[in-house]
Design a protein around this ligand. Structure first.
Ligand SMILES: C[S@@+](CC[C@H](N)C(=O)[O-])C[C@H]1O[C@@H](n2cnc3c(N)ncnc32)[C@H](O)[C@@H]1O
Length: 273
């Protein structure tokens, strides 16, 4: 991630998600502590990081307690912004607080797929664009987490579920990095959850939308050529996932690196190049 950041001595950097302070220390070591600002939402975590950094002689860097989704305007603009916490939507504050020509590095995720390492080049006027340069998975920004807590809270009315079958192997829709990246883009607000009993080859792959309380379940049996699917709720999640998977195959199985991100003041999007 630091390689992707392309930070050079003298540049100013904002890090989102201080955590232990380890990465902030690496940044301070390279750029000088006075050029590094790190923001952490959890006050207790921020206090521990401040102490650890001071003990390691990196006390010159600034650790702020606050919501990093808003960036940190008092020390903006920055040459670089790096998030070590994932985002489904790129906070516009990060773009606004980065100098034109500057760079933003963040773990980007969908509810379905977590995720890809994205680098954005800031163009000025609240615009930025870029693509996926790596494979990372991070916890999400606090305000961007879904209401999902457990399968128990989302699966209901199992006796009334619509039952169909599919010949799509679960690996195709949930195991293949590039396919599941594309499905995540095309099927918003859908999480996949794998459940396997302690023994045996059999397992279940759930698809859940905790907002609308829709669910689907594919039951995998070894050596089967078709799998039973049950679905219930306002959305037919399996149908959406299967359609997105077939779309991805029809598009020539594009890798995640072929998607391009664009952020403007009017909104943000991701599309195949
Ligand atoms: C994976 S850790 C960061 C690792 C860290 N950079 C290190 O070197 O140890 C993610 C951190 O992001 C913090 N976080 C989550 N949401 C945040 C937000 N909205 N603003 C700032 N920090 C946030 C979490 O509390 C957690 O400490």
């Amino acid at each position: 991630m630091l390689t992707a950041l392309q930070a050079e001595p003298g540049m100013s950097v904002l890090e989102i998600g201080t955590g232990t302070g380890y990465q902030a220390a690496l940044l301070a070591h390279r750029l000088g502590g006075q050029n590094v600002t790190s923001i952490e939402i959890d006050a207790a975590v921020a206090a521990l990081a401040r102490k650890a950094l001071a003990d390691a002689d990196y006390g010159a860097l600034t650790v702020v307690t606050g919501d990093g989704a808003a960036g940190y305007p008092p020390r903006a603009p920055y040459d670089r912004v790096i998030a070590t916490v994932g985002a489904c939507d790129v906070p516009t504050a990060w773009v606004a607080q980065t100098k034109p020509g500057g760079r933003i590095v963040l773990p980007w995720a969908t509810e379905y797929h977590n995720g890809g390492l994205v680098t954005l080049t800031v163009g000025g006027g609240g615009t930025a664009s870029g693509g996926i340069v790596g494979n990372v998975a991070f916890m999400l920004l606090r305000d961007q987490r879904s209401p999902y807590t457990s399968l128990r809270d989302v699966i209901y009315d199992e006796d009334h579920a619509l039952i169909t079958s599919t010949d799509v192997h679960p690996y195709g829709v949930a195991g293949d990095y590039n396919a599941s990246f594309a499905i995540g883009v095309r099927v918003p607000r859908c999480r996949n959850v794998y459940r396997r009993p302690a023994t045996g080859e059999e397992f279940q792959l759930y698809f859940v939308d905790a907002w609308s309380r829709s669910w689907a379940c594919l039951h995998y049996l070894p050596n089967a050529i078709e799998y039973h699917v049950r679905q219930f709720g306002p959305r037919r999640l399996w149908n959406e996932v299967e359609a997105a998977y077939h779309w991805w195959i029809g598009a020539g199985r594009p890798p995640a690196s072929q998607w391009r991100f664009t952020v403007t003041p009017a909104g943000q999007g991701i599309e195949l190049t």
